[in-house]
Design a protein around this ligand. Structure first.
Ligand SMILES: [Zn+2]
Length: 145
């Protein structure tokens, strides 16, 4: 953390600034208030489980569509389904590894669902985007500390 008085960087958890001796306890309290809108580890794990089931369910649906595409020899559909399945897997795996790319993929995925203009996919898209934003904040906050 940085000293509020002189700006010197100090190890997290230090009580006093090593340059000017200013008390850093108020600093860490301010930091907690700033980070208040970030979810806890437990909430993140819960969201991650949701992402897992969301990705599995949609991958199954898309795999069925992919097989149907192979059956009717619609190669555009096959390619599209392969891309969607890959994106779903990346979304889950990268988010699980707490990489910022995970929730960014989630936000893009949500936008794509919304753009496909049917009631179910718009609802899905909004849920995915909201969850991805929460996970984005959580991961970027983890990376900062
Ligand atoms: Zn200082």
């Amino acid at each position: 953390m940085y000293c509020s008085k002189c700006g010197q960087y100090n190890e997290n958890g230090s009580q006093f600034c090593r340059t000017c001796g200013n008390s850093l306890i108020n600093n860490s309290q301010t930091q907690n208030i700033v980070n208040n809108d970030v979810v806890s580890d437990e909430e993140f794990e819960k969201k991650l489980r949701g992402t897992k089931w969301f990705s599995i369910t949609l991958s199954v649906i898309n795999s069925i569509t992919l097989l149907a595409g192979i059956y009717v020899k619609n190669w555009y559909l096959v390619l599209l389904e392969l891309v969607i399945i890959t994106v779903l897997i990346l979304f889950y795996v990268l988010t699980k590894k707490r990489m910022i790319a995970g929730p960014i993929i989630g936000i893009v995925l949500g936008i794509l669902y919304i753009m496909s203009f049917n009631i179910i996919s718009i609802a899905l898209g909004i849920v995915v985007i909201l969850d991805s934003i929460v996970m984005y904040k959580y991961i970027s906050n983890k990376n900062k500390n």
